[in-house]
Design a protein around this ligand. Structure first.
Ligand code: GLN
Length: 197
């Protein structure tokens, strides 16, 4: 049975996620309204601009619907701005995150001069060696709850990917490289297979 995966399509690079998930055999739904979460195994929150995503999501009641979706066993993965909106807390006053995952996140952590960079990254649960990770005005995880596991760090120790149960957040953009391995990991989480992480 193919998995049913949603991509939150309010703002940001949801098309790239859609294409990659479809290439892996998932049935993909663009989610703009709460009822579109029904029947999904997982949801991807794309990169983009977190303030815009939160504003639009609040208008349509998406945050409450997402909390129910998770309570009912749905998987959620946020990339970059998606990580920001999943957080319990931000170190900045704006926006108000959805509080889906027990992490404290700092926006634009890597500053202006190096606000975009690429590096090789080993990710727990991803076989076959390091992935090529693209960071674009990326956040980082500053604190994490006890049930949250860091699955990737930069060489200096900065946490840039975390997982808790079927929830995952990455500060970088796997949808912008041809490597499908992080999307495959999320499909495994969406199917309830937590064995590799
Ligand atoms: N810096 C953006 C924000 O704060 C996120 C950037 C991205 O998603 N690539 O929302």
């Amino acid at each position: 049975m193919p998995l049913n995966i949603g991509v939150l399509a309010l703002q940001g690079d949801f098309q790239e996620h859609r294409a990659m998930l479809e290439s892996l055999g998932a049935i993909v739904t663009e989610v703009r309204l709460p009822h579109q979460l029904e029947g999904l195994d997982g949801l991807v929150i794309p990169g983009g601009e977190s303030t815009a995503i939160v504003k639009l999501a609040n208008r349509w009641g998406i945050p409450d619907a997402l909390r129910r979706f998770i309570d009912n066993g749905g998987a959620v993965w946020g990339t970059c701005a998606g990580m920001i909106v999943m957080a319990r807390e931000l170190t900045e006053p704006e926006p108000e995150p959805f509080g889906l995952m027990d992490i404290t996140v700092s926006r634009n952590w890597f500053g202006r001069q190096v606000d975009s960079f690429e590096t090789e990254l080993s990710v727990k649960g991803v076989p076959g060696g390091p992935i090529h990770a693209v960071f674009i005005r990326a956040p980082s995880v500053r604190e994490q709850g006890e049930d949250v596991q860091c699955i990737a760090r930069l060489e200096d120790g900065t946490p840039v990917a975390v997982r808790s149960g079927k929830l995952m957040a990455t500060a970088f953009h796997p949808e912008l490289t041809p490597d499908t391995r992080i999307h495959e990991l999320f499909l495994r989480l969406s199917a309830g297979d937590l064995s590799s992480v």
